[in-house]
Design a protein around this ligand. Structure first.
Ligand code: ADP
Ligand code: MG
Length: 644
């Protein structure tokens, strides 16, 4: 079928091209939805029933009931015939053409009841199929309705509705009670709650007051909020989610690719087989009518629509179901890969621990003070986005921007800058060693501070282990993940503590970003699939090395760019949930493929042997498609696990 732009409101134009070009909208007899297809089918069914009743009267000549059957076939079948002729004109073999030929042939050989039954059955099936596909598409499309396109702005004392696209960064917008937030921003005033379930899958609303970060797509509670816009419409969280879901269809799973390849070879092969089936036995037996009939049954049964329709739809449903839970997937490819993975590697800071670190201890070197250490450290780190830097800047709290120049940062090492006219280095062990500084006099710490070539102190920071980290590790093991590993750039002490708190036995500490890549490459050897979970800050190379890169957090653009999967709500436990959901998706895909193939092969065989009627063939085509599509839509209805 062709998912035509004007009809599919699906975020991504699903590429459901099975080469049989169903045209689900042609029976509606003209653009708008009308009742005519249903009414005509009912009348046709009545005519068919009348035909069977008339047959009961032996005294009536057969042509009377045949007129009734023929009328039923024409009424139900004319749209099929029109589509069939269209396909013929385009030299394309599709199921409408096949059914048209079958029905006309049935009439010619005098099988009017069969002609009526086949057309009616086929049309009912098509209608169900359309219904099932549309319903799944709608529930997926609902996901993209999380972004309002207007925003309220106060102008001369009155609220004016403006197009959200036109709102500049820095503008203050008003979000009225129970409205959806149109743009990302920071709450300036007001008191309310924000329901983020549409973008993070988190069911518990967050409190909102001055200073709260609000993301587009969240739903305001009962208060009015004034929000200062921090991102343009196109860059807003909701837009990014929508883009991601929309683009997801292009990263196809190998199962999807195989199916469309299969359809391409399969259709001509089946047609060739049908021609042989019609010609060879006929030449031998001379019974052309019988063998052409068998060959038609064979052809109708052969349409690969069930597969070509249901497989991409299943992956799409998996992507949709995941995004409802705050799990954004960049394509069916990753559904397959994640469900197979046996090694899950976590970054520590920002992933297993919360992104917000706090300075736990400042250790001045002899002859220096805590205040001095923190002051230079904060100056040096002022422009860095690293969680460690943010903790230090927050701990000092009074950095003077004017005193800082020449800021530079080396990922996994640290930062440097001119502070109060002095060259300051602020970073881990590796950075100090590279500069030839001896740190043995100070206890192990994440950050050492060096001013004008002299080590003046160290800063220890710590984060709290996320409350679902240990549970995640346990669940992953229950799901059969063989290795759960932690890789960190932090020091051995901090690493050991976190690993223990999470129940992780395999970990490596003191790694530079390139060491993480090497470590991951080692883990990939002999693994069925590796997953790396990071926060997207300076772990982009590792995220890209893993078979599946999972980035946490929606706040950072980096996460969205770097990850194949993004967990928007900072909960590692969503990873276990994603694995369960995706395994189920793959299970349904496999079942559908097996089911469709078995039914089709059986009917093809029986058809060739003259044991299957045209009804069975029609069932093997539309019936199986409907069942497969309905089965796929079960993925969307999986109950969401309670927000933990
Ligand atoms: P993790 O692997 O835990 O995410 P990172 O790779 O981000 O850690 O950082 C590893 C180490 O590099 C940190 O523990 C710290 O010692 C040092 N480091 C990295 N960036 C900075 C920075 N901006 N300031 C100070 N130290 C840093
Ligand atoms: Mg990190």
């Amino acid at each position: 079928m062709q998912a035509r732009a004007e009809h599919s409101h699906t975020p991504a134009e699903m590429d459901l091209d099975c080469g049989c070009s169903h045209d689900h909208h042609s029976h509606s007899g003209g653009g708008k939805k009308s009742l005519w297809p249903v009414v005509s089918l009912i009348i046709a069914a009545v005519l068919m029933a009348a035909g069977f009743i008339l047959r009961l009267f032996d005294s009536l000549p057969e042509f009377v009931s045949n007129i009734s059957f023929a009328a039923a076939a024409v009424l139900a079948g004319y749209p099929v015939l029109i589509d069939g002729i269209r396909a013929l004109l385009k030299l394309r073999l599709d199921e409408h053409l096949l059914v048209s030929i079958a029905v006309i042939a049935a009439c010619i050989i005098g099988e009017f009841p069969e002609a009526a039954v086949v057309t009616i059955f086929f049309q009912v099936g098509e209608m169900f199929e359309e219904f099932a596909v549309n319903r799944s598409k709608k529930s997926i499309a609902a996901l993209t309705e999380i972004r309002p396109d207007t925003a309220n702005v106060m102008e001369n004392g009155t609220l004016v509705k403006k197009r959200a696209e036109e709102i500049a960064i820095g503008t203050v917008i008003t979000v009225l009670p129970f409205e959806r937030v149109p743009l990302d921003g920071t709450v300036r005033s007001g008191q309310s709650s924000l329901d983020a379930s549409a973008i993070t899958g988190e069911s518990i609303p967050i409190e909102a007051s001055a200073g709260t970060q609000s993301l587009s797509g969240m739903i305001n509670g009962s208060g009015t909020l004034e929000i200062e816009v921090t991102n343009s419409y196109g860059d807003s969280a909701a837009s990014r989610i929508i883009d991601m879901v929309e683009n997801a269809a292009s990263r196809k799973a190998s199962a999807e690719r195989t199916v469309s390849k299969f359809a391409r070879i399969y259709t001509p092969a089946v047609v060739a087989a049908a021609v042989l089936l019609a010609v060879i036995p006929s030449l031998i037996t001379g019974n052309w009518g019988e063998w052409i009939h068998r060959s038609l049954i064979f052809l109708v049964a052969s349409c690969p629509c069930a597969l070509v329709l249901s497989v991409p739809l299943s992956f799409f449903a998996g992507i949709g179901a995941a995004s409802k839970r705050g799990i954004l997937v960049k394509g069916g490819e990753f559904i397959e890969k994640l469900s197979k993975a046996d090694t899950v590697v976590f970054d520590k800071t920002g992933t297993l621990t919360t992104g917000e670190l706090a300075v736990s201890r400042v250790i001045p070197a002899p002859g220096h003070t805590e205040e001095e250490t923190l002051q230079y450290a904060a100056g040096c780190e002022y422009y860095s986005n690293h969680p460690i830097a943010k903790a230090i800047v927050a701990a000092y709290g009074k950095t003077d921007e004017a005193a800082i120049a020449d800021f530079q940062e080396t990922p996994g090492h640290g930062a440097s800058a001119q502070v109060l006219g002095k060259k300051v280095l602020c970073g881990g062990k590796a950075m100090m060693e590279r500069s030839g500084l001896d740190i043995s006099a100070l206890p192990p710490a994440q950050v050492y501070v060096c001013v004008a070539g002299e080590l003046i102190g160290a800063v220890q920071v710590s984060g709290t282990v996320r409350d679902d980290a240990a549970q995640t590790v346990r669940e992953l093991k229950q799901l059969g993940v063989k290795h759960v590993v932690m890789l960190t750039g932090d020091n051995e002490n901090a690493a050991a503590q976190t690993a223990q708190a999470c129940g992780i036995t395999e970990y490596r500490a003191g790694l530079l970003p390139e060491d993480k890549v090497t470590a991951l490459e080692e883990l990939r050897q002999g693994s069925a699939g590796t997953v790396f979970v990071g926060d997207g800050i300076n772990d982009a190379p590792v995220l890209a090395t893993a078979d599946v890169g999972v980035a946490m957090g929606l706040g950072t653009d980096a996460a969205i760019e770097a990850g194949d999967i993004v967990l928007t709500n900072n909960r590692p436990s969503r990873l276990a949930e994603a694995i369960r959901l995706f395994r189920r998706t793959i299970g349904i895909v496999k079942f559908n493929i097996a089911f469709a193939l078995i039914v089709k092969m059986a009917v093809l065989l029986l058809g060739a042997l003259g044991l299957a009627s045209m009804w069975a063939a029609v069932f093997a085509d539309v019936g199986v498609s409907v069942l497969a599509v309905l089965n796929a839509s079960r993925i969307l209805r999986v109950k969401q696990e309670k927000g933990r």
